[in-house]
Design a protein around this ligand. Structure first.
Ligand SMILES: [Zn+2]
Ligand SMILES: [Zn+2]
Length: 572
């Protein structure tokens, strides 16, 4: 089987020193990398009952809404962390070694000696590396045509006529390639696009999903993570608005480990309290945070398909269509998930960046890319790049940082406990949070319920429209709505308000996406995406290694004391 990576590369080296950016022109290259693995079956275009791999309807919001209704809504009762308990047997444990690996998992840098199972580059081959932007649909079509030419040259056109090539790329790549496919499917020859484009199956790269979702979560709750950061490393340390991915990764992981130590104490003390601040923090710490951390590190890399599907909705339309039609691609995906990866191209770019300088000309960079590709198959080459950089954090240090987070969370939740019921709704979309220095936050930071048109009731516990006022037990869903057990079972365990809200937003989003996909090609195509968001990033963080070098004073005593105080709350 063959898998394609298409991605853009630019010759900026030191993004942490923005002043350097202006000293020379930024050049863009396209990397086209093909992975072949003879042990994995080729994916045919047609299923045995003659169903094509592309859904003629394009992206089908009805399929996604069905999936949400059948598989997802009843899970809203539990946080991701609670559900994760059920998966534990399939996934790796919480040992120090595993934690260390999770801290470096996004270092697709070939020099980090980790995760051998995925990092074998011996089956990947550079198809081409050209000086060309990758901004719009035409650029993607041009890149795909380069690949098709190579197939002609090696007389493998048969492959393109009968089998497909999953193509792993970022979000702009998804939209642009899907648009080319949609246009070819619907306008045939009149589209001006070669029929071979139909052998491309765009799939979003898991590394991209994971990096983006970590960054998004961090940005969204920046005010909270900044409190954690100052608590860990001191008030005088500066946290950039957009920190480096490695720092984001460290803070997110430490926050989660610190939360795990004490989550039961906190949940037991609060019980079934419908407080906005409390439910916001539970949704963040017990739901969004562990899900974000797991997408790539556990679910994807361990090949846990059902778990992975929870994340990227866009992919579901395809997966559901293949399921309904019994297309063979589904089993190949399930059995070989970790190879459907953008790791290969990121690793290639990392080697290239490491072996070139900003002063290199375009020709020198292209030459180097081709040399790297040839040399990569030698074993000797690989070893010279291994083990020169690693995140070093001792076991003692890790535990101490985790406990610091735990202590901080205990004191924060103590504040929240004393402010129960005091958050105020300033207007429809802004809430004032007393435990966060009366900070005003958008409802989007609160659990889903506050985005729906049926806000949780203030005056009574149960949010059910036809509440039976029963005396059955009380349940607060992770969406923030609350029900009597009996009232919820009348709704088939699904929160109707949130289902309606989700269905509507999916319908709106997919409809507008489909509009973009059906838009005919113009002579002068413009990019629909804000270009190179990572180029103008303003990294002014403290150096992560020096942050970690700081001396830690012993907080075990303090931790024990607080832990016992909270245990006593629960026994009262
Ligand atoms: Zn009720
Ligand atoms: Zn709800």
């Amino acid at each position: 089987m063959m898998i394609l990576n298409i991605d853009d590369y630019h010759n900026i080296h030191r993004r942490d020193q923005p002043t350097l950016l202006k000293t020379h022109d930024i050049n863009h290259f396209v990397t086209i990398l093909l992975n072949s693995n003879p042990n994995i079956p080729k994916i045919p275009y047609y299923s045995l009952n003659n169903i094509p791999i592309h859904n003629p309807k394009g992206i089908d919001f009805k399929l996604i809404i069905d999936y949400i209704n059948v598989k997802f809504m009843s899970k809203l009762g539990k946080s991701y962390y609670q559900q994760n308990e059920m998966w534990k047997q399939y996934l790796s444990d919480d040992s120090y070694e595993n934690k260390l690996e999770f801290l470096t998992v996004h270092n697709y840098d070939g020099r980090v000696q980790n995760q051998q199972e995925l990092r074998s580059m011996k089956n990947s081959k550079l198809v081409d590396f050209i000086l060309h932007p990758l901004h719009n649909t035409k650029d993607y079509i041009k890149s795909a045509n380069i690949l098709f030419k190579v197939f002609e040259k090696i007389e493998q056109e048969d492959y393109l006529n009968n089998f497909v090539i999953p193509t792993i790329c970022d979000w702009p790549g998804q939209v642009n390639l899907r648009r080319a496919i949609t246009l070819r499917l619907n306008k045939k020859e009149n589209s001006g696009i070669s029929p071979q484009i139909l052998s491309i199956i765009p799939m979003i790269g898991p590394l991209h999903i994971s990096l983006n979702s970590r960054e998004t979560l961090f940005q969204k709750y920046h005010f909270f993570f900044e409190m954690i950061y100052h608590n860990l490393f001191g008030d005088n340390k500066v946290l950039a608005q957009k920190p480096k991915p490695r720092l984001i990764n460290l803070i997110l992981n430490l926050t989660f480990y610190g939360w795990k130590n004490i989550r039961n104490l906190i949940i037991n003390r609060f019980g079934n309290i419908k407080d906005v601040e409390y439910l916001m923090m539970i949704d963040l710490l017990d739901n969004s945070l562990p899900l974000t951390l797991d997408i790539y590190t556990k679910l994807f890399r361990c090949g846990f398909f059902e778990g992975y599907l929870e994340a990227p909705l866009i992919f579901l339309s395809d997966v559901f269509y293949w399921t309904l039609n019994d297309h063979p691609i589904l089993d190949i995906l399930k059995n070989n998930l970790p190879i459907f990866n953008d790791y290969f191209v990121e690793n290639f770019h990392s080697s290239l960046r490491y072996q070139t300088a900003e002063s290199n000309t375009d020709k020198q960079i292209i030459q180097k890319a081709k040399t790297i590709d040839i040399e990569r198959s030698n074993d000797g080459f690989k070893n010279t790049f291994i083990n020169t950089r690693n995140t070093n954090i001792s076991k003692v240090k890790l535990i101490s940082l985790e406990k610091k987070v735990s202590l901080f969370l205990l004191s924060l939740f103590d504040k929240i406990y004393h402010n129960i019921g005091k958050s105020s709704n300033n207007n429809n979309n802004v809430f004032e949070l007393p435990s966060f220095n009366n900070r005003n936050v958008d409802v989007k930071l609160l659990p889903l319920a506050w985005s729906t048109s049926n806000l949780p009731e203030n005056n009574r516990f149960c949010d059910a429209e036809n509440c039976l006022s029963s005396n059955s037990s009380n349940i607060i869903l992770i969406c923030g709505h609350s029900y009597h057990k009996e009232c919820l079972s009348l709704l088939n365990e699904k929160c109707k308000y949130c289902f309606n809200y989700l269905s509507e937003s999916i319908k709106t989003n997919i409809t507008s996406l489909n509009k973009r996909l059906f838009k005919p090609l113009k002579d002068n195509e413009i990019s629909e995406f804000v270009e190179d968001k990572d180029l103008d990033e303003d990294y002014n963080d403290e150096n992560i290694d020096s942050l970690l070098e700081q001396e830690e004073y012993n907080i075990n005593n303090q931790y024990e004391i607080q832990y016992n105080i909270w245990l006593n709350y629960n026994n009262m």
